[in-house]
Structure formats: structure tokens, C-alpha cells
Design a protein around this ligand. Structure first.
Ligand code: NAD
Length: 357
């Protein structure tokens, strides 16, 4: 039975992968609510924008009246909440926006969802009983792991290090409180680092690919020995849709790809893949430049994804090697997407849309 999904942040990196997956591989309808911050790019949705099952709404989750009217107008069955400020370095330079969107915005969205859900209980009890609010979060809420042993599980205590992860931890707590206090049917997922197509060029993997292609230095923080657990974004999108539709209400699921790599290994692998595809006389690896470490930089993240694998049967399709190869191919084949991000013209559509409102 097709459902209506209200996806916040659907013009972002992971949100757009979720929207593409929902439109291309299911019969569900999608209402994408996004304020189009610098990270929102409607060009990432060009392949689904013409679908009759897809609607875009330009709105800020921090604006309560807009959120209320979006719920009333679109009558969603499932909310997938991805809208957030997501870049750790930006949160260190300016935390206020992170508190606003990630904490205040989540509280406003929860209240709009609760009001809508309460009204449904009177007007459409069956729809109210099936309603779900899925909050998408990060493994960075757990802080970092010391040494090579151990994994984050769903019961690992929260110990966020950066303003970004602290704001996401706050939003997770709010979601669980709305479940516990008001009975709102919520689910939470915490995922490791994503990578793949349509990733904004400020993030590690696209930054390295594009700098290498331009012959620019490849900046690696500290000694490059920080370990991240990488997951291909389309594997994450499938996991999220599975949790939203089949997960048990009130539960948390960790999502990860069993791909622990040091940042230096990631950059070296990118260099080697590029050397194969776009041979350069001077090795790309020679562009690697070590720069001063990020303050409070977490050492190691690694996820135990056993629960979602056991309970929902989800497994990633890509290994790090296959996923990274696909990602490099995508950036080589989609120059206009990233060139329009780099020169700022991707925001033209945003300005046009804003004028129509
Ligand atoms: P992103 O920065 O690429 O996209 C965020 C989207 O949210 C953008 O389209 C932006 O315009 C929108 N947005 C921001 N503020 C908004 C507001 N106030 N109102 C409406 N829309 C707003 O982020 P992403 O990498 O796609 O991450 C999506 C979610 O997944 C985030 O909640 C993030 O914390 C979480 N997450 C990300 C990763 C990762 O590796 N990228 C890993 C785990 C979890």
C-alpha cells in the first residue's frame, strides 16, 4: 500500500539518496521539505523531480506555522527527519546555527508531528496507529573509541565531542523524550560516515577527488590515523527506508558498513584509483599534505550494525573498495554537478524558487 513520506532535508546528500530510492524503487509518495541551505541542492533530484509522486516544499523546520500546515496539507504516514547542519568543521567555527536547526528545529518538528498525530487519533485512528517519526542521526553522538578494539552499540553511552555531535545528541534525546512522555511513535538510527555520489565537495572524499583532479594539495588532519567506519550512501538510504517501514517503534538501530579505514588510507586509495583512471605524471599521492589537527578530533568510530542485520535482514551491498570505485567514477562522469556547486550556480534554482514563494 503506497504511503506518503515527509522527508526533511531531502535536498541534502543522504536525504536526496532516500528520495531517489523511494521514487525509483517503491510506489510511495514523497514530500521533500527543505530550506535549501548551502548544502541543499535540487540538482541532486533532477532524475525524480518530474515524478507525479514527488513534491518539493521550500520551508525551514524551525518555522512552526509552516511545519503545522505542511502536516495538515500533506497528511504524511511516515516522517523521515534528515534536515540538519551536518559539517563538523562549520560547527566549530559557528555553533549557533547547529543548535538552531538540529536542536530547536527538531523540537519544532516533533511538536508539529505530535499535534498532527493527536488530530489523527480523533479523525483517522487507523492512520494514527500506523504513523511513524524516524529521526536520522550519527554515530558521532557516542564520542570516540580508544584503541583498535570495541564497537558502538545501541546502548553505548552518549559522549559527543563537537558542537555538531552534541547538537545531534540533543536531538536524539528530544525524540526519545517525545516517545516516552507523549507516546509519539518514533524510531532513531545512528549511522557511520557516508560517502558516494552527490556528496558536497567540502567533505573528505569528494574534496580529495576534486583537489587531486585539480592538482591541488590534499589536506590530511594531524597524522591521518583517525579511523572512520564508511558506508556507501545508497546502502544507508535502503537501511533507512527499511527501518522507517519495518523497524520496531521505540527502537534505535545502528547502521554501519564494517569498513574501518584511517583517513590516510582513504586518501591514498582515492589517489590510487585516480592514478588508474586519469593517469598523472606526478603521483597523486605526492599531493598529500598534513595539516594541523582539528580541535577535539575523535580518534576512532566503529559501528556494531548487528541489530539491524539480525532484526531487519539489512546488509550493505557495497564494500569500501567497490563503493569508492563507484564514487570516483561518479565524480569523473558528473563534472557539471560539482562544477556548478564549486562556482555557486547550483543555488540559482534556490533563488528562483524563493522568489516564487
Ligand atoms: P547535508 O548537510 O548534506 O543535508 C542537510 C539538508 O538539510 C540540506 O538539504 C539542507 O538544505 C537541509 N536543511 C538544513 N537546515 C534546514 C532547516 N532548518 N530546515 C529545512 N531544511 C534544512 O546532510 P547529510 O549528510 O545528508 O545528512 C543528513 C542527516 O544524516 C543529518 O541529520 C546528519 O546528521 C545525518 N548523518 C549524516 C552522516 C554523514 O556521513 N553525512 C552520517 C550519519 C548521519
Amino acid at each position: 500500500m503506497p504511503k506518503t513520506f515527509l522527508v526533511t532535508g531531502g535536498a541534502g546528500f543522504i536525504g536526496s539518496a532516500v528520495v531517489r530510492e523511494l521514487i525509483k524503487n517503491t510506489e510511495h509518495r514523497v514530500v521533500n521539505v527543505d530550506k535549501l541551505s548551502y548544502a541543499g541542492n535540487l540538482e541532486s533530484l533532477a532524475s525524480v523531480a518530474d515524478s507525479a509522486r514527488y513534491t518539493f516544499v521550500l520551508a525551514d523546520i524551525c518555522h512552526a506555522p509552516s511545519m503545522q500546515s505542511i502536516f495538515e496539507q500533506h497528511q504524511p504516514d511516515i516522517v523521515m527527519h534528515l534536515a540538519a547542519e551536518s559539517h563538523v568543521d562549520r560547527s566549530i567555527d559557528g555553533p549557533a546555527e547547529f543548535i538552531q536547526t538540529n536542536v530547536v528545529g527538531t523540537a519544532i518538528l516533533l511538536e508539529a508531528a505530535r499535534g498532527y498525530w493527536l488530530a489523527l487519533q480523533i479523525g483517522n485512528a487507523r492512520k494514527a496507529a500506523e504513523f511513524r517519526f524516524h529521526h536520522i542521526s550519527t554515530d558521532e553522538v557516542y564520542g570516540d573509541l580508544e584503541g583498535p578494539e570495541g564497537l558502538f552499540t545501541e546502548t553505548t553511552p552518549y559522549a559527543p565531542s563537537s558542537p555538531y555531535s552534541a547538537s545531534k545528541a540533543s536531538s536524539d534525546h528530544l525524540v526519545r523524550a517525545w516517545q516516552r512522555t507523549y507516546g509519539l511513535p518514533t524510531l532513531v538510527t545512528n549511522c557511520s560516515n557516508n560517502y558516494g555520489p552527490y556528496h558536497f565537495p567540502e567533505k573528505l572524499i569528494p574534496l580529495m577527488i576534486l583537489n587531486a583532479l585539480a592538482g591541488k594539495p590534499l589536506p590530511v588532519y594531524g597524522d591521518g590515523q583517525q579511523i572512520r567506519d564508511w558506508l556507501y550512501v545508497e546502502d544507508h538510504a535502503r537501511a533507512l527506508i527499511q527501518v522507517a517501514t519495518e523497524g520496531q517503534v521505540g527502537q534505535t538501530y545502528n547502521i554501519g558498513g564494517h569498513n574501518e579505514k584511517t583517513n590516510l588510507e582513504v586518501v591514498e586509495t582515492i589517489c590510487d584509483l585516480l592514478q588508474e583512471r586519469v593517469p598523472s605524471e606526478s603521483a597523486y599521492r605526492d599531493l598529500i599534505t598534513f595539516v594541523a589537527d582539528r580541535p577535539g578530533h575523535d580518534l576512532r568510530y566503529a559501528i556494531d550494525a548487528g541489530k539491524i542485520e539480525r532484526e531487519l535482514g539489512w546488509v550493505p551491498r557495497e564494500t569500501f573498495e567497490t563503493g569508492l570505485r563507484k564514487t570516483v567514477e561518479w565524480y569523473l562522469g558528473n563534472r557539471s554537478w560539482w562544477q556548478r556547486v564549486q562556482d555557486g550556480s547550483y543555488q540559482g534554482e534556490r533563488l528562483g524558487l524563493a522568489k516564487q514563494q
